[in-house]
Design a protein around this ligand. Structure first.
Ligand SMILES: [Zn+2]
Length: 677
């Protein structure tokens, strides 16, 4: 007992140390963009903290950085009231309208025309507004704007956004207010937005129209572990309620926010007079295409808070502030044709071929129409004049039809009833917008699946590019993953553009790919919701393909980082008849490098397989699973000769009978606790 006491004592000291240290490194990395330690060193700190918290959950700090990984899904969001309402800003859409805003302020504040106001100007991020509440410096609540008075409680999701500190730093004014509401904007940087949409497309999921929709969709996930996978970031720009905090200007507030470790925009300025504001507006407009995120304008505020107060409000908008917007990146063009693409999961996507048009620095020739519902809703026809809009570098979308320009010769469009690639009758499930080709052998889907499977982050087969995959599938040489490993040098020689040497080279590359790490295979399968990071976690946790075949939905869910939706998707995949067949075939060719199990070294149940059945008196199924896995044991769904123990509770069923039949040791909860204690 003496050693256990000492261990606990050490943890009491170490947990707060690690917590503070990781908070510090998050700040360096995500706010200052200037890390002090390597990713690997950071991971080590994080793991050490996770390990200690798992052992001594009661010592976990309420603002522990381990909150960042997500957690369990919610059924719905709670409503929360903002202490001070979140305002909305009036818009100026032209320079003229901005000058009118300035004139109006002169009238309202009764100042001569010659008076030049001091304006605070900054970027208007195109994202989702947030209200962050910090109590004694710890983040206790995060809510969406909602109607301005009441928003949705998205605290668990905001925990996963690393640019939002879980704990404020003692800044310029040593003590921050006991209770403070901070206003910010959640955004998804353009590069991440494009990657997310590429991944969505690969998984046959809905594409996001623009970064703002993607940010909103990611933040408003009931399953925070999905939010955790989305690279959201945030900028803070204002203060709502603040107990005992006095500031005279908006710029002073922003300096305070910055000194507390909150991320504020770099692009901000104090401008005296409208001329300087217009200069800033034009300067930013020029730089707009090179910014790493979307903005839709600049925000102009009277810098003196007393002036803002005196100018008053029109409904919910302060007269002393305005959103000075840029024209949207939209253009009109003509739809020449509509084609249909088939994705990896069989989703049929209608795409408009448009007359080439310049948009945001690129020439646009295609615009997505998403699905049949969208076509019907917008009444898009071939030959229509349409407004197209582009966000980032993704395929632009058709915003609306200019119906006045119709000549009557436009043609309506319907998705075909048969897959344009393989001719199979397409299906559309009730309640889903997506029409799919259900054939697992559909060449379009096979191509996409194989392409994903061999990519760099998956099996990494060098030289097996898109064009070659296309030919292999068209010639029916490859229908399944296993077929890749059946290919011979001669097969390549029969393809376009191969000579003896290049064929041998590709053959070698395929041979080299036969002993991949487990996570590469898991990621390569392109399972819905499962990205590379999650694949690594799954590999570490389950340790082998066989364990994945056996895993129940509950076991998937018992992994901290795996949420409800992911668990369901994994379980469905590994229980799917076709998938199991294809995988079994594939495994005949592969010698997978299984990772060392996370907790297997030295655990009291290392190498042991246990089966749970019935209801245990105090432990839930997932708690028991966790307890076993933390000691390196494996929980299986069925009893076999390989089972070491069956843990049986109330109303244990056939598994208990089977255990008796096979002579497997049967334990109750107390017996299990004894094993791991
Ligand atoms: Zn098809």
């Amino acid at each position: 007992m003496a050693t256990a006491d000492a261990e606990r004592k050490a943890a009491e000291k170490r947990i707060p140390e690690l917590t503070a240290e990781i908070h510090h490194h998050d700040f360096r990395y995500y706010v200052l963009d200037d890390p002090e330690i390597s990713d690997a060193a950071y991971d080590r700190l994080f793991r050490e903290l996770e390990g200690l918290e798992a052992k001594f959950p009661e010592l976990r700090q309420s603002d522990s950085p381990t909150l960042r990984v997500g957690g369990k899904a919610l059924d719905q969001f709670k409503k929360v009231s903002h202490r001070v309402p979140m305002l909305s800003l009036a818009n100026a859409l032209t320079e003229e309208e901005f000058l009118e805003f300035d004139e109006r302020l002169h009238r309202v504040l009764d100042l001569p025309e010659s008076h030049a106001f001091e304006y605070f100007v900054e970027l208007k991020f195109d994202g989702l507004s947030l209200n962050l509440t910090y109590e004694k410096g710890s983040l206790v609540s995060a809510a969406t704007r909602g109607d301005g008075e009441t928003g949705e409680d998205v605290t668990r999701n905001v925990h996963t956004i690393r640019a939002v500190p879980l704990r404020l730093r003692a800044g310029k004014r040593e003590i921050f207010p006991e209770l403070i509401e901070i206003r910010g904007e959640v955004i998804l940087p353009l590069e991440d937005f494009e990657r997310l949409n590429r991944e969505q497309a690969e998984r046959g999921q809905k594409l996001f129209a623009n970064p703002r929709n993607a940010a909103a969709g990611s933040l408003r996930q009931l399953d925070p572990s999905i939010t955790a996978q989305r690279p959201l970031t945030a900028f803070c720009y204002g203060v709502g309620y603040a107990e005992g905090l006095k500031a005279e200007t908006i710029s002073e507030y922003e300096e305070l926010l910055e000194s507390w470790g909150l991320r504020v925009g770099k692009w901000r300025k104090i401008c005296r007079g409208t001329g300087k504001v217009l200069e800033f507006y034009r300067e930013i407009e020029k730089a707009r295409d090179s910014l790493p995120f979307e903005i839709d304008g600049i925000v102009v505020k009277l810098n003196r808070l007393s002036d803002v107060d005196r100018a008053g409000y029109v409904s919910r908008s302060p007269r002393g502030m305005i959103a000075f917007k840029y024209p949207p990146r939209q253009e009109t063009t003509t739809i020449e044709d509509i084609i249909v693409q088939v994705g990896r999961t069989g989703a049929l996507t209608p795409v408009a071929i448009v007359a080439p048009v310049r948009l945001g620095g690129a020439t646009v020739r295609r615009a997505t129409l998403h699905n049949q519902d969208e076509i019907d809703r917008k009444d898009v026809r071939i030959g229509d004049r349409v407004l197209v809009q582009r966000a980032g570098d993704v395929i632009p979308e058709v915003v609306k039809v200019i119906t006045d320009a119709r000549s009557g010769s436009e043609r309506k469009f319907e998705l075909p009833s048969k897959c344009p690639v393989c001719g199979t009758r397409v299906e559309r499930k009730a309640g889903e917008a997506v029409t799919r080709c259900p054939s697992a052998e559909c060449p379009a889907q096979v191509k996409e699946r194989i392409r994903h499977f061999v990519m760099v982050d998956a099996l990494n087969i060098e030289g097996l590019g898109e064009k070659i995959v296309e030919q292999l599938v068209d010639k029916s040489l490859v229908k399944t993953y296993a077929d890749i490993f059946r290919l011979t040098k001669e097969d390549f020689l029969n393809l376009e553009g191969f000579a003896d040497r290049s064929a041998a080279k590709l053959s070698d590359a395929i041979a080299r790919a036969r002993s991949p790490e487990l996570y590469r295979v898991i990621f390569g399968l392109g399972i819905r919701h499962i990205g590379e990071a999650t694949a690594k976690i799954i590999a570490r946790h389950f340790g082998s393909m066989e364990a994945l075949f056996d895993a129940t939905e509950e076991q998937f869910q018992s992994v901290h980082e795996i949420g409800t939706e992911m668990a369901r998707s994994l379980h469905q995949y590994f229980q799917g008849k076709q998938q199991r067949h294809d995988l079994t075939e594939l495994l005949k060719f592969l010698d997978i490098k299984n990772p060392k199990r996370a907790a297997s070294d030295g655990g009291k149940l290392a190498g042991r397989t246990l089966v749970l059945t019935g209801t245990l008196p105090t432990l839930s199924r997932s708690e028991a699973t966790r307890m076993i896995e933390e000691e390196g044991g494996r929980v299986s769904g069925s009893v076999s000769k390989k089972t070491d123990f069956v843990v049986a509770g109330e109303e244990a069923g056939s598994k208990l009978d089977k255990a008796r039949e096979l002579g497997v040791t049967i334990l109750d909860e107390a017996g299990l606790r004894k094993l791991v204690s």
